[in-house]
Design a protein. Structure first.
Length: 305
């Protein structure tokens, strides 16, 4: 079958079976084209909660599907590829963070959305890459233990100097693959291009950026900017999407190695087989885990809207 033939089958089946398809922005173009919603992980979870569909298919990684289930416990949530995990979300477990809390009494634990449902159950506030600064500034607490991304945490700490932020060494292996050498090479090759990077990049990369923001933030900035050339410092799918969406502008990857293999494991035929009921994994979380994990998300909404 051709790509368009597979896509047409998916579009037909999702309508017949009342399936809402979510695709994170790091998914391949052929998958985002057939999704009902595309974007960052938390925004997708919110969209899923707003639709009437009883089944939600997440084309992304496991923690994203868990977040959908936390916000829509009554829905059937399917992870398109059961092997699609997030190394950063899996770096820290409940035992480690409980130990960190004992070592830092009185500290408020702020968890990046890129954490497992189990870990969220013992955290106080959740944040996304786009909302972290706003939420932490709005929090009354001064002493904060930020997990798990040390690079996002470092970025936030610089924006919130009045807070006492302690970091735990963790991060995104994909974004950590790029360094200052990659920046210098890319700028030399494309001297007129603006550098747009995700805050999960290391500080040595971020300090050269013309813009630092979430995946959606990067895409919005590029679309609205009067500039016509951009070096993209996040997963290389974004380069492809922007080439389609802003065909009058030029986009270059910061590095050919900025590839998330967990995101790439989901294929268009996987999505088709999920719609047929032949593939995927249903995300099952007990009511206690959902209730406890949702508390830190509710706090995020309280502080950040």
């Amino acid at each position: 079958m051709t790509v368009s033939e597979v896509q047409n089958q998916i579009l037909k089946l999702k309508k017949e079976k009342d399936i809402c398809i979510l695709a994170h922005s790091y998914q391949a173009r052929e998958i985002t084209e057939i999704a009902d919603f595309t974007g960052d992980s938390y925004a997708l979870s919110v969209k899923a909660a707003s639709v009437k569909a009883r089944t939600v298919l997440m084309c992304g990684v496991r923690f994203m599907a868990e977040t959908v289930k936390i916000l829509s416990p009554e829905k059937r949530v399917i992870l398109a590829s059961p092997d699609a995990g997030c190394p950063m979300a899996e770096q820290m477990d409940r035992e480690l963070i409980e130990q960190m809390k004992e070592m830092n009494p009185g500290y408020t634990v702020v968890a990046y959305i890129n954490t497992t449902a189990e870990l969220k159950t013992i955290c106080d506030v959740c944040v996304t890459s786009s909302s972290a600064v706003k939420i932490i500034k709005a929090m009354p607490e001064k002493d904060i233990l930020f997990i798990p991304d040390i690079n996002l945490g470092t970025y936030v700490a610089k924006q919130c100097p009045d807070k006492n932020i302690k970091l735990v060494s963790g991060g995104c292996p994909t974004h950590c693959r790029v360094n200052e050498k990659h920046v210098m090479q890319a700028k030399k090759k494309h001297p007129n291009a603006l550098l747009l990077v995700h805050p999960e990049c290391i500080p040595e990369v971020s300090r050269h950026a013309d813009y630092i923001g979430s995946t959606s933030g990067i895409m919005d900035y590029a679309a609205k900017s009067s500039a016509t050339e951009f070096i993209i410092g996040t997963e290389n799918s974004i380069v492809e999407h922007l080439q389609y969406d802003c065909s009058d502008k030029a986009f270059y990857p910061l590095s050919k190695d900025l590839v998330c293999h967990n995101m790439k494991i989901t294929t268009l035929p996987d999505v088709l087989n999920c719609c047929k009921g032949l593939a995927g994994e249903e995300i099952l979380l007990d009511s206690e885990t959902i209730a406890k994990a949702k508390k830190c998300i509710d706090k995020m909404i309280e502080y950040g809207g």
